[in-house]
Design a protein around this ligand. Sequence first.
Ligand code: GLC
Length: 501
Amino acid sequence: MTRVLFVTSEVHPLVRTGGLADVSASLPEALGHIGYDINILLPGYPEALKLTRDTGALHKARLWVDSYDVNLWQTRLPGTAVTLWVVDCAQLFGRSGNPYTNSKGQPWKDNARRFQLFAKVGAKIALGKAGLSWTPELVHCNDWQSALLPIYLELIPDRPSTVFTIHNLASQGLFPRDTFRNLGLPEHLWSYDLLEFKGQLAFIKGGLVFSDRITTVSPAYAEEIQHPEFGCGLENLLHQRRHELAGILNGIDTRTWNPENDPHIPHHFGSEDIKSKRLCRFQLQRDLGLEQTESPLFCFVGRLVERKGLDWLLDILPALFRRGCKLALLGDESSHREPGTQESGSEERKYEGELAKLARQWPLRLSVTFEYDEGLAHRITAGSDMLLMPSRFEPCGLNQLYSLRYGTVPIVHQVGGLRDTVFDASDSSSKRPNGFCFDIPDASAFLATIERALRFYENRRAWRRLQENAMTGDYSWNHSARLYSDLYQNILAERQHAIWD
Ligand code: GLC
């Protein structure tokens, strides 16, 4: 059994600002099923500490790291057999709400310190210096919050291997030059080919430069990020490391997202008997105060930022409403904002304001909810006819996968993971068309594609076929967990050679 330490700053159902949390729960579980001894390491946010208390977690260690008093607790990730280690340091992580921002939506001033400490604790465990009887053979880090960890392992001869996964390259963990000094990082790391990025410290570069392998969450995104359009300024580095970079498509938790027995939805259905999906729609329309007509109900679930194509969406909505179509939108206010990204809180507030105004103009056609609500996410996914996902870029995207599984046909911008998972109904070369894609990045291409989908929708049989293709696709982790496993085994074998040759 290969031992893996999976280091993440979010995990469902404890703390979630986006898809990272979903993947951090479902991937370790899938790897556990195929024989990995995998432990998750998570900062001790109040929700995580509450779990440790409620479950009578084991106290595994007490460590002093940079004069912080840190306790390590061991429990299980709810609903799984996966071991969860919680880094309890009240001074840095004992703050409820969003893991990265205060109640005003501003990044915590000590974020760099917080996630440096998190990385250091991970490194101590990895090197067997945490007083535990377990040490990993491989450490798998995710996004900038754990990206300093590979640096601390770099120079140690018998260190475990390291993998770094990019869930979103635009989220880089950027901090001023002074922060670099305050963290006590060795001065030689301040270099454009190491941690410096356009005059700032970029945590993500720790992962990109120092880990043995880089992965990202779809093959298409792995290719796109090597070019300026999607590379966020890091394309040259990623291109240089292209032989150590792999794109592995995310799976989803097909138990949680199953229309046949989903406890959040009012009526169950499956690919063979989809009749009750209509009942879900009527119930949803009633709950959201939308008019009870047969005209198509679209949905949008995600962050209210330009990156998710919000400006294109706002442009085309009046045209949709004039045609009698409806939209259920589930956004997320401050709780989805991440520091060090190109997304800003004011941007979200701007879109919220515009959406709220539009909802007042079209009360029976548009419903907007700004606080993420898991049950509602399931009910919207089940009750809608089509999902709108016009992301400007999308590393993988999970909402299109959830939608596909519920026969909610996605209309997507053909980028990143959306390219790898949604196949256009009009593409004769596609073996299993399951949605609609647009290529040109603008609102009119988006609208033209929606209109194409609406024409298709009129043909009940053709639509049924699309839904069937969508619902019978395999979105589980079965295949991708094997790919991670192959990757892990390759690195481990290489390191064996490196040590003994
Ligand atoms: C980020 C990406 C999303 C991806 C998720 C999980 O949220 O934006 O595309 O699916 O991480 O990897």
